[in-house]
Design a protein around this ligand. Structure first.
Ligand code: M6R
Length: 600
């Protein structure tokens, strides 16, 4: 959460920083600010709200070759102008942007800064005041920065300006992501390569507890002891057009529509020359050597994990447990002797999942991350990585990453099964091809989902999604999508569980969205629908071809029964999208949320 950028070079930094922040808005969007350094000093512009609001207050006439910027997701202190970054030391000499959480900021305040008057409620202000204090006590700026870092507990990605130095941006990182981008006569800093891809595709990855001294023509990485570290840059494989909306009104709609393409890309990427699905043999050995897989994830990725369990148990016959990361870290179940931990995360930055990863690595267990972001923290820190190849997902509500996660989990299950000579009675490449085609049919049916959304959700305050078996897991995801972007209170339930309490909430007209894609439970889920209809509910049944009945609102094309979540989720995504649109909600940036949740 929170995004930071920096620029040092020969050009005016203002527009580069603002454009970069626009690309990072997915990381937080409740306030934003930039600091521009020129011969007249440091000029800070900050505002509550979006980058568009910040643009409105930036003085066009201020030109500066050095600058830093920040887009915020509030942790300490309400979203407000005063709490937004950059923050400055009392004398105004130092200006800082920060992504992360300093756990001991209060302690540091009491120990070092009792004489300082703080203007904000943030933990960040403590950092910048400490740097100033240590400089006033006689340390060089770099030493003061280093000393401050050694005293911080928590996560940080930092960029610091010194009003007395027109040649340097000081940068540091611990647990929060940060990259330094390399240019010709300029260098940049960014939480994500996406922010600066318009100026460079060459980046240096930073490790935890590293300091970087960024100058126009030079970048020096050090550890906290001052030892110089050499690092080879990597090329960010990002196409600038991937991160544009193009003709779409929202990223979410674009990303929903990209799903057939992503499916085909995954099939292609995970296929060898013989047309067989293939995965790094070391990963398959890790699967085979484990006696149980523990899937750890949050939100949509957790929902993908629930479906993944069906795939791995159903196809590879390996037992799987699925856990919410933020629960698992404090409440670990009894583990088997040879667990393999699989972390599923679109961003690869989710702090709750990372906390588990750190813990289980300390315990000596094997780890695999399934992520969309190469080089992300979870990818770097796990023993193995499988990539989703879904392309950047920018809308806060996850769509294409979910279906990509399911496809990669299915492939992992299939390749593991085959390595053990377990019979797989279908051709996964062929079935995923059918899925891609079915996805296209669904994406072409937008008008219908717009209509369903208007009919069932336009005036309601709440909605229930019910399903059985794997449909239940898709219902959890459908409900999350709807509440996340339309603010309709929505819950996913196992159909049979309703009458054990939740049915009390059914009133005249309560919308019930029921999924019926599984033959073995088709009649029982329809029985559950009848129970709620008898109590006044307004049912919308989405079934699969072959199981459909007259009363159904939409029939999805027939695909392999185990793989139905890959397509049955698309109606859910589109219904949520249109519900948000009808309610005039900000589809891509729902209130209170951020795309990567980098604080625990
Ligand atoms: O990047 P991750 O997949 O680890 O993120 C996990 C959740 O924060 C994420 O899936 C969240 O639930 C989405 N906004 C849901 O659409």
């Amino acid at each position: 959460m929170c995004g930071i950028v920096g620029y040092i070079g020969n050009n005016d930094s203002k527009e580069i920083l603002l454009k970069g922040l626009e690309k990072l808005e997915y990381r937080g969007y409740d306030s934003a600010g930039i600091a521009l350094r020129n011969e007249r000093g440091i000029h800070v512009f900050k505002e509550k709200g979006r980058i568009a609001d910040l643009r409105g207050i930036v003085d066009e006439d201020v030109m500066a070759n050095i600058g830093i910027g920040h887009t915020r997701w509030a942790t300490h202190g309400v979203p407000s102008k005063v709490n937004s970054h950059p923050h400055q030391s009392t004398s105004g000499r130092f200006t800082l942007v920060h992504n992360g959480v300093i756990e001991n900021y209060d302690l540091l305040k009491r120990e070092f800064l009792t004489d300082v008057t703080f203007v904000s409620e943030t933990d960040t202000e403590v950092i910048v005041q400490m740097i100033e204090l240590f400089v006033q006590e006689g340390l060089e700026v770099l030493e003061a920065f280093r000393k401050t870092l050694t005293l911080l507990h928590g996560s940080y990605a930092l960029a610091l300006l010194d009003a007395q130095d027109d040649e340097t941006i000081y940068v540091a990182k611990n647990k929060s992501p940060l990259l330094v981008g390399l240019g010709d006569d300029f260098n940049v800093v960014a939480s994500d390569a996406m922010a600066m891809i318009q100026v460079t595709n060459q980046y240096l990855e930073l490790m935890d507890k590293e300091i970087v001294i960024v100058k126009k023509n030079d970048v020096t990485i050090q550890n906290l002891n001052g030892d110089i570290i050499s690092r080879v840059p990597f090329t960010a494989e990002l196409d600038a057009s991937d991160i544009e909306k193009g003709t779409y009104p929202h990223y979410m709609l674009k990303e929903i529509d990209e799903q057939p393409l992503v499916m085909r890309k995954i099939i292609q990427t995970y296929q060898n020359e013989q047309g067989e699905l293939t995965i790094n043999p070391e990963i398959i050995s890790a699967m085979n050597e484990s006696d149980r897989v523990y899937i750890i994830a949050a939100g949509t990725s957790y929902h993908a994990g629930l479906v993944g369990k069906q795939f791995i148990e159903g196809i590879a016959k390996l037992p799987v447990e699925v856990h919410i990361a933020s629960e698992f870290v404090y409440n670990m179940p009894l583990l088997t002797e040879k667990p393999l931990f699989i972390f599923i995360s679109q961003s690869g930055e989710t702090a709750d999942s990372r906390a588990v990863l750190v813990k289980v690595k300390e315990m000596g267990y094997r780890t695999l991350t399934i992520t969309n972001v190469p080089g992300s923290t979870l990818s770097r820190e796990a023993e193995y990585t499988l990539l989703l190849h879904a392309g950047p997902e920018i809308a806060v509500a996850s769509s294409k990453a979910y279906t990509a996660q399911l496809a990669v989990l299915a492939i992992l299950a299939e390749v593991t099964a085959k390595s053990q000579n377990i019979r797989v009675d279908f051709d996964l490449v062929h079935e995923l091809g059918i899925i891609a085609n079915a996805m296209e049919v669904l994406c072409d049916s937008k008008e219908l989902f717009e209509h369903i959304s208007r009919e069932f959700l336009s005036v309601t305050r709440n909605a229930f999604f019910i399903g059985r078996g794997v449909d239940y897991y898709v219902c959890l995801e459908g409900a999350l999508k709807l509440k996340e972007i339309s603010y309709i209170q929505a819950e996913g339930f196992a159909g049979g569980e309703l009458k054990h309490g939740t049915i009390a909430l059914i009133e005249e007209g309560t919308p019930i969205i029921a999924l019926a894609t599984q033959e073995s439970v088709n009649l029982s889920i329809r029985g559950n629908v009848k129970e709620v209809v008898a109590r006044g509910a307004n049912p919308c049944i989405i079934s699969m071809k072959g199981l459909n009945m007259d009363e159904d609102s939409f029939v999805i094309p027939e695909v392999h029964e185990l793989l139905t979540p890959l397509i049955s989720v698309i109606p859910m995504q589109l219904i949520a999208y249109y519900a948000a649109l009808h309610r005039d909600c900000d589809v891509d940036k729902p209130r209170n949320l951020a795309k990567s949740v980098t604080v625990e």
